[in-house]
Ligand binder design. Structure first.
Ligand code: MN
Ligand code: MN
Length: 469
């Protein structure tokens, strides 16, 4: 028998590990089971409001309660801060004084989509359409000729709100944006991709039966308004105070004969949001206080009072500091923040063999090779990236090594190819040390994003280890 002898120098080189190689049969089962639960979550949480509701329900089931119901806070307490049904912070209070810092994991709940305009309904040639305004960075052509469902809320003038959820149940109607037939698409095909689908052409097909005879004005549109009034007691003006979002109507699915991948809408960034939520819920009471942040509006620059640029994150830390520290003053807050360590839990690009030219092979994450540490994001010369300190990266590496978490390093594409950002720099501005850490995706921001089940599970393991470090 020949035994393979490894040269002592072989250990010097960095090799990424395939997660599946490292899993026994039992752990493979756990990976598959976790992903079944993840897909269920994706199917019930296709908008930021639905992520909020699903996460809040899971937190309540796990014994978390609103911070407003607590008088003081003591180690072991589990609390949440709800921010307008869109953003959510949850924390498990640890025995260590808060001034020593918090372990924070922050993900975002919003995903690219098509929003209805404030006045969306019009008719043309016997058909009714809804006008849309896209949200976040999309390749517009990807949203043509696919089934779309409508999710959201209408707040009527009297202040009562009604939830809208059309296109997810079998038997529900769905919506679509029609594309041009190839026979007549010569001019469209000759255009640059950026110009081929104008934003104002993203009109949703929403009806086509007239309400009454030709004497009625806008009689096709009136059928739709009459339906909406009957079902939701709303009038056209109520659209102005509504948030109605069109998202792909299909459910999360397994991809591949070996069921290795999850294909779904909205995995950026619900994959990290779900893994962080589960890590906080499933983990033991940590020594340092553990905090999960689910922020809204990341895809449009984190502005607005539910986005990461807003005060709610710092306010939540302040409230925990004030309720756990006696005497409390503002110094406690600033010290707690600067002693904190955060993971910005967001997705990164995975190397796609169909498009090898846009990434640099050595420094791009591979699907199935573990959760991704991203030292910096940004574009051109790392512009607007918080670029984590070497000490911070080493600290997180150590946590993962000790916990047996399989991870890899990845950057967002080739230098000068493009780029992007996360909430990392907005956490860093409070003085917190922060490192990007999440799951690699193919087809990011498309209506059907792909992630490896092994990486999804590893992100959960990584976040659990981080919360209890
Ligand atoms: Mn993201
Ligand atoms: Mn994104």
């Amino acid at each position: 028998m020949i035994t393979k002898v490894e040269h002592p120098a072989a250990k010097l080189a960095y090799h990424r590990k395939n997660v599946w190689d490292c899993l026994g049969a039992e752990e493979r089962d756990r990976v598959m089971k976790f992903n079944e639960e993840y897909k269920d979550f994706l199917n019930q949480a296709k908008t930021e409001r639905e992520v909020f509701e699903a996460a809040l329900a899971d937190l309540k089931n796990a014994g978390f309660s609103s911070v407003d119901l607590k008088t003081g806070l003591k180690p072991g307490d589990k609390v949440f801060f709800a921010n307008r049904q869109k953003a959510l912070i949850a924390a498990v209070i640890g025995p260590e004084p808060l001034i020593n810092g918090i372990n924070i994991i922050g993900a975002h709940t919003d995903s690219p989509r098509l929003d209805l305009k404030p006045l969306p309904v019009f008719e043309d040639n016997g058909m009714v359409f809804f006008k849309t305004h896209y949200y976040g960075g999309i390749k517009k052509y990807q949203w043509l000729s696919i089934p779309l469902s409508l999710h959201g809320v209408v707040v009527r003038a009297d202040g009562n709100s009604v939830a809208v959820h059309i296109g997810e149940e079998s038997g529900d109607p769905i919506f679509t944006i029609t594309d041009l037939l190839p026979h007549l698409a010569k001019d469209q095909i000759d255009k640059k991709m950026a110009d081929a689908v104008p934003g104002e052409s993203l009109n949703i097909l929403a009806g086509g039966i007239p309400l009454a005879g030709e004497e009625l004005k806008d009689r096709f549109k009136m059928t739709v308004l009459e339906y909406l009034h009957r079902r939701y007691a709303m009038v056209e003006e109520d659209f102005i105070s509504a948030e109605l979002e069109l998202v792909p109507a299909w459910p999360a699915r397994d991809i591949g004969l070996d069921l290795s991948f999850v294909g779904a809408y909205g995995q950026d960034d619900r994959v990290c949001a779900y893994a962080a939520l589960r890590a906080l819920i499933d983990g033991p009471v940590p020594k340092r206080t553990a905090m999960m942040v689910l922020a809204d509006k990341e895809e449009i620059g984190s502005s607005g009072n539910t986005g990461m640029k807003a005060a709610f994150f710092k306010n939540a830390v302040r409230e925990i500091a004030a309720r756990t520290t006696s005497p409390y003053n503002e110094l406690v807050l600033s010290k707690a923040l600067s002693n904190s360590l955060a993971l910005s839990a967001d997705v990164n690009v995975g190397l796609d063999p169909n498009y090898p030219d846009v990434t640099e092979k050595m420094n791009t994450a591979w699907l199935g090779y573990g959760v991704v540490l991203t030292k910096y994001t940004g574009n051109k010369g790392k512009y607007e990236s918080s670029d984590a300190h070497a000490e911070v990266v080493a600290q997180v590496r150590r946590v993962f090594h000790n916990a047996g978490v399989i991870w890899q390093s990845g950057e967002l594409g080739k230098v000068d190819q493009g780029g992007g950002g996360t909430i990392a720099h907005l956490v860093a501005k409070h003085g917190v040390d922060v490192l990007d850490c999440g799951v690699a995706l193919l087809g990011m921001h498309s209506p059907f994003e792909v992630a490896s089940k092994a990486d999804i599970y590893m992100s959960y393991q990584a976040y659990k280890a981080f919360f209890t470090r």
